[in-house]
Design a binder for this molecule. Structure first.
Ligand SMILES: Cc1ncc(COP(=O)(O)O)c(C=O)c1O
Length: 423
């Protein structure tokens, strides 16, 4: 099925004339497979394992702080310096980085705005920016909006390994920056020490900037630990770190994030942020100070609880017949491979999964460099870019159990999803 067919029909009226009014870059933006699946999931009231937001409550101590800030009438534009002070302490303690709380931090509306402002602050028209393939889909759009050119560096399945030769092959004299997201969406990969050293070495040798997305910094499993690329030799002066409260504190709707960068870049990001949104939500800035001061036990139990959820969903999906060669080392996602016998593309599989079982997950193709459409699939049906389905496990135990039960109703005598046999 062509992805556009997933969209709820909208009446655009004089669509053609109005499209001519759009900017060139806006005309290139299409709804992603994730948005399309989410629309379908909403309209069919499906259990949502598609989107990366928790369906369980946020921690009471930070909710109390936000309520107290609202009751104290923190209602106006605001910059809460306490966030920067906490972040400077955190960066020293966790990564050994000396960060000046007065000059090196910009508070933004989530990592999303911090990333967009970082790109707008550093990327000129025609600059090339390296992105790993697969990666979170927002980066490419931000780079395109800035006039930059995203250039993909493929990670090798099934473990999504970085081959340093492929990294260098993607580089040109127009390469300005590289984007690193670790722990990674969609694969759950935590980049290894060797891989981080290869990236840092290339940045230093080629004089690239690095823009990191560390939103899953506190969600790692087994013996994995998050290392900030900026902590490698020679990297702090060329790295823009972006992160947020969203995932660590289960508050994706609070829109509270930050960028940490050398002073002149942080200052440019602050200026752009002020022009675009002025300030992050005042009450949630107050609550962020409380969040960032959470005891270590909070972060330990976050990790433990997510590890249990990861183990549950991996076991469930393997039982249903998915192939999981790579167990997530971090993040809130599992990138499960369709079995060889399944002849459906990822897009068709995800839409059928909603229709037949009432469970929503995301087709993996949106995270790769091109969105393959079904009419291209006959030639290349086994291309790995259309063989993955992303499941989000940042859901309550009850939701995960419901999803398991629903899918469990549609299995063959081996316990595998019947859907794998569809054509
Ligand atoms: C890798 C990654 N970065 C950033 C975000 C969004 O972060 P924020 O809510 O802070 O804008 C997401 C959300 O799913 C994500 O997966």
């Amino acid at each position: 099925m062509h992805p556009d067919k997933l969209l709820v029909a909208l009446d655009f009226g004089n669509r053609v004339e109005m499209e001519e009014k759009l900017s060139r870059v806006a005309r290139t933006l299409n709804p992603s497979p994730i948005q399309q699946i989410s629309l379908l999931a909403q309209s069919s009231n499906a259990i949502n394992l598609a989107e990366g937001f928790p369906d369980f409550p946020a921690p009471p101590h930070i909710k109390d702080a936000a309520i107290s800030a609202i009751n104290s009438d923190f209602n106006q534009y605001r910059h809460v310096q306490g966030i920067c002070d906490c972040l400077a302490i955190k960066m020293k303690k966790e990564h050994g980085l000396d960060v000046d709380a007065l000059t090196d931090i910009a508070i933004c509306c989530g990592q999303t705005e911090a990333f967009a402002a970082a790109v707008l602050a550093t990327i000129d028209r025609g600059d090339e920016v390296l992105l790993f393939d697969p990666s979170y889909e927002t980066y490419e759009t931000c780079i395109a909006l800035a006039g930059g050119v995203p250039v993909r560096v493929p990670l090798d399945p099934p473990h999504w390994t970085l081959d340093p030769d492929k990294l260098m092959k993607a580089a040109t004299d127009r390469t300005k920056a590289i984007v690193l997201n670790s722990p990674q969406n969609p694969t759950g990969k935590v980049f290894s020490k060797d891989e981080l050293e290869a990236i840092a070495g290339a940045c230093c040798d080629m004089d690239w900037l690095a823009i990191t997305d560390e939103v899953y910094e506190h969600i790692t499993f087994d013996m994995e630990k998050h290392t900030s690329l900026a902590s490698l030799p020679g990297m702090q002066e060329r790295t823009i770190i972006t992160s947020s409260l969203s995932k660590t504190f289960s508050v994706t709707g609070w829109r509270l994030g930050w960028a940490i960068a050398p002073a002149c870049i942080a200052s440019a990001i602050r200026n752009i942020h002020i022009k675009i949104t002025d300030s992050a939500p005042a009450p949630f800035q107050e609550a962020a100070v409380t969040a960032l001061r959470s005891p270590s036990t909070y972060f330990e139990s976050l990790r433990r609880e997510y590890e249990v959820k990861r183990d549950y969903i991996v076991k469930m999906l393997v039982g249903l017949g998915f192939q999981i060669h790579f167990k997530p080392q971090g993040s809130i996602f599992v990138f499960a491979e369709l079995p060889k016998k399944c002849l459906l593309s990822d897009i068709d599989f995800a839409s059928e999964l909603i229709k037949q079982t009432g469970v929503a997950a995301v087709p993996g193709c949106g995270f790769f460099h091109k969105n393959l459409h079904s009419n291209e699939l006959s030639e290349d049906n086994q291309s790995y870019q259309n063989r993955y389905i992303r499941f989000a496990f940042c859901k309550s135990d009850a939701t995960l159990r419901d999803a398991a039960e629903k899918m469990g109703e549609f299995v063959d005598h081996n316990g595998h999803l019947k859907l794998f046999h569809s054509l």
